[in-house]
Design a protein around this ligand. Structure first.
Ligand code: SIN
Length: 276
């Protein structure tokens, strides 16, 4: 336990910690902000149980870590454009986040992090899996690390947003083209200075400068590598739990094994920087 009464329990050796002793609905003091940031830099994803948060408090918590990101296409909540509704029930045909991904890497400045609060959980199932992208990078051979460090990847969103949201026209912010961006395949985390793998199965479609078949094979190898269980933790939700992940050095995927039960909550997403 720290001097301020916080305890942390790692969820796996790779990443993730359950944090006790913090009420996230309380205004974020400078000290509390620094504690959470330090924990996030150490554990990459933090879990807090039994948190009573209104949507305003949820947004306020996110704003404590940066401007809130507005998703170009995901369903948001009336009067709260910064809040994404996460919901699956017996009528769902697809749910958000079923492939390994970091959030919205199709943006030029992908989010720094996301905070998900579940208000309703299924009786069993509905876990979220997380993967440590420092570990994924460090587990590659040195020649492969060097090769990847010189590469840039294209991250597109049309294939994700069109399929998932059935979106045919103008996006929420008035843009008429699905966002896409170019990012280094290996980025350096701006706070820890550590290198991590930054390609994901949802958004990354090709690697610049390689022949099509080379890019396809390399991405297939990296996407397979990211599924290595030793890089993972798995969080079993309870009602009102919160997960706060660092989107720069982790990936996640949801497990939809609970149909026809309902799982429901809200996510706010914190704006990030230009990956380098
Ligand atoms: C997401 O990708 O943000 C959703 C994760 C989840 O619902 O488990």
């Amino acid at each position: 336990m720290t001097e301020t009464g916080i305890t942390t329990r790692p969820v796996s050796p790779a990443l993730g910690a359950e944090v006790e002793g913090i009420d996230l609905s309380e205004p974020l003091t400078a000290e509390r902000h620094a504690e959470i940031r330090a924990l996030l830099n150490s554990h990459l994803v933090l879990f807090f149980r039994d948190q009573d948060l209104t949507l305003e408090q949820h947004k306020e918590l996110g704003r404590g870590f940066g401007d809130l990101h507005i998703h170009p296409a995901a369903p948001n909540v009336e009067d709260h454009p910064e809040v994404i509704r996460i919901r699956a029930d017996r009528n769902s045909r697809v749910v958000a986040g079923m492939k390994w991904h970091a959030d919205v890497t199709c943006d030029a400045r992908p989010p720094m992090g996301s905070i998900l609060h579940l208000h309703q959980v299924p009786p069993v199932g509905g876990d979220t899996m997380f993967a440590n992208m420092y570990a994924a990078f460090e587990a590659l051979s040195l020649p492969m690390q060097r090769f990847l460090e010189g590469l840039t990847a294209v991250h597109e969103s049309a294939q994700v947003h069109r399929d998932r949201f059935g979106f045919g026209g103008e996006l929420r912010d008035g843009a008429n083209a699905f966002p896409e961006a170019r990012h280094p395949v290996v980025r350096t985390h701006p706070e820890t200075g550590r290198k991590c793998l930054f390609v994901n199965e949802n958004f990354t479609t090709r690697i610049e400068g390689l022949a099509k078949h080379e890019s396809k094979a390399l991405l297939a190898m990296l996407f397979e590598h990211i599924t290595t269980p030793e890089f993972h933790c798995r969080f079993t939700w309870t009602c009102k739990a919160v997960a706060f992940w660092d989107n720069r050095c982790t990936q996640h995927r949801t497990v939809w094994d609970y149909w026809p039960a309902t799982r429901h909550g809200y996510r706010v997403t914190i704006a990030g920087d230009n990956p380098v």
